[in-house]
Design a protein around this ligand. Structure first.
Ligand code: ZN
Ligand code: ZN
Length: 210
């Protein structure tokens, strides 16, 4: 069993997903976008300990809350990121390009590979490396629950931008076609921004894919 709450946080309205497992009382935060204190309060109110932070990619609007979240929890959660996004991570997730300074928090300590499995309680998630929006972008797929946390790869009726450093349009389209759109039609897509959608809906209506 898996509970998912969506918290919309930060300057560009990023979806941060708080997932908790009632059996083990453990929780995972996908993309703690901003306001770590608020995310932690949400966890504590529900009686959960945040064990891990899973980043879809290293843009500042997806990791701005990591430092606060880690500073306020003992032991701090482990942080998962793909190696190919480490350059972005080191450059504060390109916050300076947008005139900001952020603290990206402790160094990520789970280095993600394509095909790797991650767990929250008994819930299994597969990691797919989906470059294009950034070089080390990943999505997290829970087959049993038919859900993909897809970060900034695909949005309802749109796709992630590829004009930022490390972006590549052809790679993004290939990643989406190879690893997301091939999943069963009823699979829910929980994106980094905007409302949730499904594989079936995007196959029919997403102008970038038809
Ligand atoms: Zn991004
Ligand atoms: Zn984003």
């Amino acid at each position: 069993m898996l509970n998912i709450s969506t918290l919309v946080l930060g300057l560009v309205q990023t979806n941060c997903y708080f997932m908790s497992d009632p059996k083990t009382k453990s929780a995972v935060v996908i993309d703690p976008a901003w306001d770590g204190k608020y995310i932690l309060k949400t966890a504590e109110q529900q009686g959960f300990h945040i064990n891990q932070i899973w980043l879809t990619h290293a843009h500042f609007d997806h990791l701005g809350g990591v430092a606060e979240l880690c500073n306020m929890q003992t032991p701090p959660p482990k942080i998962a990121l793909h190696e190919d996004d480490m350059d972005l991570w080191k450059s504060q997730g390109i916050a300076p390009l947008f005139g900001m300074q952020i603290d990206p928090g402790p160094l990520p300590d789970i280095k993600l590979d394509h095909g790797q499995k991650l767990y929250l309680g008994e819930n299994e998630f597969e990691v797919f490396h989906t470059p294009g929006h950034t070089p080390g972008h990943v999505v997290y797929y829970c087959r049993a629950e038919a859900i993909v946390f897809c970060g900034d790869t695909i949005f309802q009726g749109s796709i992630g931008r590829t004009d930022l450093p490390g972006g590549n349009y052809d790679k993004l389209i290939e990643s989406i076609k190879q690893f997301i759109i091939t999943l069963p039609d009823e699979t829910r897509l929980l994106s980094g921004h905007g409302p949730e959608t499904t594989v079936g809906e995007e196959k029919l209506y997403n102008p970038f894919l038809i």
